[in-house]
Ligand binder design. Structure first.
Ligand code: S3P
Length: 748
């Protein structure tokens, strides 16, 4: 015989009043978990009692509550699982007969009516009553529907009131946790409003729709032709009618509010169909689709608007050999953000191809949807933006969340400073640490009212209705984000706005504005535009991102035997620092099939392995390769001799402090790397393995994570890279492409 260790019961006896799906499933789950001493069922009908015992749901069952109450003692729990409007009668049966220390909780879908019932019966909410509501269920009902896994990974909302005793509350929380559920606390009123919108309204609609179709005399056979859409939409109309009648009556006011809101929306959809208003229909459908897709991801726990840190991804990279083949890396991140921004502010339709479907660019897209812009897609990198014009944005319903992206936050700051409405910009944990005064300062100079969080960090609170005037701004640092922010605010400013940069930085904003028909004068380091013009929508072909391509360029450069072709890469001269630096180190890089696409230079890049040598990196190349240094440091670690980087203090304020993050990781892998305030000195290995193995921390920085993955090609042992979820911000299919090219990379 096998010895089993008994789980420690978290409660004494459980009495379930009403042994249906909800009550029966709790009984089964607690029995399975060994979380209570005994389960006693109470049901109105003798047959239900017999079934509950026969199905192993309860230890015993009775038809009268009065029979069991005298047996109960402190530590026992009564779970009331009857239809909402029957709760009051159960409370009345309990009054004056409940032994001290027994906890009473319930599972009704409306909490206000439970509180009202308690007040009616006891004259107050008794301290032993813990109102609760499991957000789990099914259209099935009755004792035979009970399942022991119904609550696993589901939410239970408890709505304790002021008089609820902490000990009783804790007992109920532990009871639910023992079923595998997550327990949340919520005020009664909020619970009832949220549930009215998310559960009660859908039931009204489903019951109402099926009833409408069932009574349509002209369509007697209608159900014969009903298929998936009908089935998916109306499943809940076969739920228990008594239960749902009770819920409607018990939560009347909140449900009426939800029905009215929905009716108004339905009327406006009707009007759009009647008048053939295709834009309005697309607006509603695309927003709804985005929201539903978002919800689907939330259910799968991978929503892009949720903090990325919520999920953990680790890369495990085995030593590899070489890389080869032909690859197209995803679309350029900088251009993807800008294409949505300018497309939204343009008049007419903008068709985008090659859009990066990474989390950051998707967050930008969602932000414009929240400001009323109709955006179709993305589907395979294709997006259609129905521009609203420079003054057509609407106030968003809440703060705009821009994820991990400094570019989005800083460019948004510029274009939102000139709007008529207030708006708040927030981001994830990494973005929340990054400096924003670099944009807040010039915007304030232009007349914007803008507040930052402590020490100039996010969130940014931008006041609407400010009157902006042009400025002649000299950038204190070489930053395309700051330059772009000032120019975008300039679209809304009186007069001329100029921005002069200390060194050339990426010029996608200037090029794209020109492409949208907005005049930008470029005179050396200075770019100037005049406010009050118009943008005209058009076509944008976003090339593959050279920043993403760099990981593969370095991979091919360092791994003997490699020969790789990277297709359709943007090679704008303000972005080609990595190519220049790798060539100076001796890399064999060829630019083939050079062409211009939509105002941006594009080429296919062929890289073959060649021995690399250490160099002193020319400072003028730094802004042109600003995002590529994590990968370039890996190349330097494989080169013969010393590589010295200076003038790169900006790396310290990227998604992480990239000098520190890389120096720490390189040290773990046995590389001789010495950080300096504005750069790093790396003494490379030359031939043979350049890295040992070990565990490095990417600090949630996508580019640090990918750089160390590439290092595995020249590693002696396995490299584990922690906190890699943010790779999805810029390169969602990195692991897949890396493995296709020849890396041995696993995501766990
Ligand atoms: C970007 C500019 C750069 C770069 C960032 C994207 C842009 O930042 O690091 O990834 O799209 O304008 P800075 O302008 O702050 O250097």
């Amino acid at each position: 015989m096998v010895e089993t260790t008994e789980a420690q019961p978290s409660i004494g006896r459980l009495v379930v009043i009403g042994i249906g799906l909800i009550g029966g499933s709790l009984a089964l789950a607690l029995r399975a978990a060994g979380a209570c001493r005994e389960v006693i069922g109470v049901a109105r009908r003798q047959k239900t009692c017999e079934q509950a015992v026969a199905l192993g749901i309860v230890d015993r069952a009775v038809t009268g509550l009065g029979e069991v109450l005298p047996e109960l003692e402190s530590g026992d729990v009564i779970f009331v699982a009857v239809p909402t409007l029957a709760v009051e009668q159960v409370f009345a049966d309990l009054r004056d007969k409940l032994p001290a220390g027994v906890t009473v909780t319930d599972g009704a879908s409306v909490k206000g009516s439970v509180i009202a019932a308690a007040e009616k019966v006891w004259g107050r909410v008794p301290e032993f009553l813990v109102p609760g509501h499991p957000i789990a269920g099914s259209e099935k009902s009755g004792v035979t529907a009970a399942r022991d896994d119904l609550y696993i990974a589901h939410r239970i909302i408890v709505t304790p009131v002021e008089d609820t005793d902490a000990g009783h509350l804790q007992r109920v929380v532990q009871m639910w946790q023992a079923t595998g559920a997550e327990v949340l606390n919520m005020p009664v009123r909020e619970h009832d409003e949220v549930l009215a919108a998310t559960s009660h309204l859908p039931h009204v609609i489903a019951f109402g729709l099926v009833d409408t179709l069932a009574h349509d005399a002209e369509n007697e056979n209608i159900f014969r032709y009903a298929a998936g859409g009908f089935r998916d939409f109306t499943r809940i109309a076969s739920s228990d009618p008594v239960m749902w009648r009770d819920i409607m009556l018990a939560n009347r006011d909140a449900i009426l509010k939800s029905i009215d809101l929905y009716s108004a929306n339905l009327d406006s959809l009707r009007a759009a169909i009647a008048t053939g208003d295709s834009d309005r229909l697309m607006g509603v459908f695309t927003r709804a689709k985005a929201a539903r897709d978002h919800f689907t991801k939330m259910l799968a726990k991978k929503a892009y608007t949720e903090p990325m840190q919520a999920q953990e991804v680790t890369f495990i990279a085995q030593p590899g050999e070489s890389v080869s083949g032909e690859l197209r890396v995803p679309g350029d991140k900088s251009m993807s953000h800008r294409s949505i921004m300018l497309g939204s502010l343009a008049e007419g339709v903008t068709e985008i191809e090659g859009f990066l479907q990474g989390e950051d660019a998707l967050a930008t897209l969602q932000a414009f949807r929240d400001m009323g812009v109709v955006i179709e897609g993305p589907v395979d990198g294709r997006v259609t933006v129905h521009g609203v014009g420079l003054h057509g944005l609407q106030a968003p319903p809440g703060p705009l969340y821009v994820g991990n992206s400094g570019t989005a936050m800083r460019l948004f700051a510029g274009l939102l400073a000139g709007q008529a409405f207030d708006v708040t910009l927030t981001g994830d944990e990494s973005l929340s640490k990054r400096p924003m005064n670099r944009v807040a300062d010039p915007l304030r100079e232009m007349g914007a009212e803008i507040e930052t969080g402590p020490e100039g960090r996010p969130p940014l609170m931008i006041k609407g209705g400010a009157r902006l005037h042009g400025i002649d701004y000299k950038l204190p640092m070489a930053s395309a984000q700051v330059k772009s922010c000032v120019l975008l605010a300039g679209l809304y400013a009186d007069g001329e706005t100029s921005s002069t940069e200390p060194a050339p930085t990426r010029d996608h904003t200037e090029r794209m504005l020109t492409g949208f028909g907005y005049e930008v004068q470029r005179d050396g380091a200075r770019a100037t535009l005049c406010g009050g013009g118009r943008l005209a929508g058009g076509r944008i072909d976003v090339p593959a991102d050279i920043s993403s391509a760099t990981f593969f360029m370095v991979a091919a450069a360092i791994a003997p035997g490699s020969d790789l072709l990277l297709e359709h890469v943007g090679v704008n001269p303000t972005r080609d620092g990595a190519i220049n630096i790798l060539r100076l180190m001796g890399a064999d890089i060829e630019l083939l099939n050079r062409r211009e696409v939509g105002g941006e230079p594009v080429a296919d890049i062929r890289v073959r392995h060649a021995p690399l040598k250490g160099i002193r990196i020319p400072e003028e190349q730094v802004p042109l390769a600003i995002d590529e240094f994590p990968a370039l440091f890996v190349a330097a670690a494989c080169a013969e001799g010393e590589t010295v980087l200076t003038g790169a203090e900006e790396l310290r304020v990227k998604e992480s402090d990239r000098i520190r993050a890389m120096a720490d990781g390189l040290e773990v892998l046995g590389v001789d790397a010495e950080p300096t305030p504005d750069g790093i000195v790396i003494r490379g290995a030359g031939e043979g393995p350049a890295f040992g193995g070990g565990t490095v921390d990417s600090l949630g920085d996508h580019r640090i994570a990918m750089a160390f993955a590439v290092a595995s090609l020249r590693a002696r042992d396995t490299i584990r890279i922690l906190h890699c979820a943010n790779v999805a911000t810029s390169f969602p299919n990195f692991a897949e492409l890396a493995n296709r090219a020849g890396l041995k990379l696993q995501e766990v």
